[in-house]
Design a protein around this ligand. Structure first.
Ligand code: HEM
Length: 502
């Protein structure tokens, strides 16, 4: 009996010592405790910073541009600063995605979709999605009239508020229009801008991005906590939010499946995928469940980021009337007061374009991009990162790099313009869509959306805070992405008359 007890104690001690030992050449970081790793340290630090990206930024300041941690069972490495980020994005070994419990909750505890998969299955599904979206017009002129119609409808919708002098919730005002653009590609239809069910769905998408952070939280490190504290671990709220999204997508797929053979012109990503499923020689990664998860990925990744950027954008404009005046001047000169901007105006509106870049730089809606995973051991600088390590790249560290930008805390669109103010310039420290092979799949669509919705909105209205002198907060709400805090505004029309022919 005593012998057994002593053997167990020795085993536990050896296990704990091994568990707290860092791999050779692992990046510097806080000390590891057995079982919890740096969990307690990070938990306490988070109480101070409130935002994950700010906490990781502080760790980078203390330990350097590559910080090595362990959270529960997971090794986690945070990469900051231009040099390390550039090396990170250039190496294929970093192109995996984490395979923990949290990252599979969205896809029925399997590895499905394009966001949280890797290897051959990811390559096949990403290639299919990109090819189909391009065939459907993404990033091409075919899409232009759809986008312009959507922005036109959105402005007409906002006019109802300006005419009745009612205030409007601005932080999420672009949600349905943004979703419509992506939904037209996925399901071939759009929704009425006042659609209550869609309002509820977009609200659900926002909430699903808030319940957990990009590292997967405690749920990823200790999946069993979902039985002990389902609410606090984030599991119950996440499933409660995902359920209506799954149902919504599944119903849509069923409806399209029932008529996809009949209507040739009813073309969209879902019907293309359903047609693919009927082929004899099919890659094994294609399945009905896979289709559902590809749609969920595009639906969530495509709508949340774009509408959050627009929500932040208007908030920044309320803080910077001098920027609004310059933009109005440019829009009046190029577009005139008799119509809304069109996509073809974009090359002639460099200041407006620079304002959008500055909004993206400062709002940092995806401050930590999407978590990656090492698929084999890999060197980064002088460090060795073992296989199966979660790696997170701090885009925030690039966008707020004082050495690069000089005054990163100042909202100054001119930093994105050449000396004569006639051309938008590229900055290597500006990567809102990530880089490398896992770069954002919807970048071209997002850029067109941001330009058209933002330029049209700013051209059509003068925006004022709902309560005189009360400006919206700019710090946002934490989660997988950053979203603007709720705020309301009054809109006053500034265009004389406009018309679009679609
Ligand atoms: C302002 C808007 C957007 C921003 C800031 C944004 C940002 C990003 C970032 C930072 C990543 C991760 C890169 C990495 O892993 O290192 C990403 C991935 C992704 N984005 Fe976007 N995105 C936006 C709009 C969109 C749109 C409109 C779509 C859909 C059409 C989309 C679909 C995706 C998908 C599917 C991925 C995962 C790609 C992969 O893992 O292979 N995004 N995005």
């Amino acid at each position: 009996m005593w012998q057994n007890l002593i053997a167990v104690i020795i085993f536990v001690v050896i296990y704990c010592l091994r568990d707290a030992r860092k791999p050779q050449f692992y990046p510097p970081g806080p000390n590891w405790l057995p079982l919890v790793g740096c969990g307690v340290y990070v938990f306490n630090l988070m109480k101070r910073f409130n935002f994950y990206h700010l906490m990781w930024h502080d760790l980078a300041r203390r330990f350097g541009s590559v910080v090595g941690l362990k959270l529960g069972r997971d090794r986690v490495v945070i990469i900051s600063g231009l040099e390390a980020v550039r090396e990170f994005y250039s190496k294929d070994e970093f192109n995996g995605r984490p395979n923990g419990f949290f990252f599979r909750v969205r896809s029925f505890n399997k590895r499905l979709g394009v966001v949280f998969t890797d290897g051959e299955e990811w390559e096949v599904q990403r290639r299919f999605s990109v090819r189909t979206l391009k065939l459907l017009g993404m990033g091409k002129t075919g899409m232009v009239s759809n986008l312009e119609k959507e922005s036109d409808d959105l402005i007409q919708h906002f006019r109802k508020f300006s005419r009745t002098q009612k205030t409007i919730n601005m932080h999420n005002a672009f949600d349905i229009a943004v979703l419509n653009v992506i939904w037209t590609l996925i399901a071939g239809k759009r929704f009425h801008l006042g659609d209550k069910r869609l309002e509820w769905i977009t609200g659900t998408i926002h909430k699903s991005f808030r319940v957990i952070d990009m590292s997967g939280g405690v749920l990823n490190q200790l999946p069993c906590v979902r039985y002990i504290c389902p609410v606090k671990s984030g599991f119950a709220p996440l499933v409660r939010l995902l359920k209506p999204l799954w149902d919504f997508l599944e119903n849509t797929i069923k409806v399209i499946a029932s008529r996809s053979n009949a209507a040739e012109d009813y073309d969209c990503l879902i019907s293309s995928y359903l047609r693919e499923l009927q082929k004899d020689e099919l890659h094994p990664s294609f399945s009905y469940e896979q289709l559902l998860c590809v749609c969920l990925d595009l639906f969530q990744a495509g709508s949340e980021t774009t509408s959050n950027t627009l929500g932040f954008g208007v908030a920044y404009m309320l803080h910077h009337p001098e920027v609004v005046s310059k933009m109005h001047q440019e829009l009046d000169n190029v577009v005139g007061r008799y119509r809304l901007p069109l996509l073809r105006d974009r090359p002639y509106l460099p200041y407006t374009e620079a304002v959008i870049c500055e909004i993206q730089r400062m709002s940092n809606v995806a401050p930590l991009a999407i978590a990656h995973r090492t698929v084999s051991p890999v060197q980064l600088g002088t460090y060795l990162i073992p296989e199966n390590t979660i790696t997170m790249v701090s885009l925030y560290s690039l966008h707020m790099d004082k050495a690069y930008w000089g005054d990163p805390e100042t909202f100054r669109p001119e930093r994105f313009l050449n000396e004569t103010g006639t051309q938008v310039i590229q900055h290597e420290c500006f990567l809102p869509f990530g880089a490398g092979k896992r770069r954002c799949l919807g970048e071209s669509l997002a850029k067109s959306n941001l330009f058209l919705f933002f330029a049209s909105f700013m051209h059509a209205f003068i925006v004022e805070p709902a309560v005189d002198g009360q400006l919206p907060q700019l710090e946002g709400i934490d989660g997988i992405t950053l979203s603007p805090k709720p705020y309301r505004v009054f809109l006053k029309e500034r265009l004389i008359y406009w018309t679009h022919k679609h």
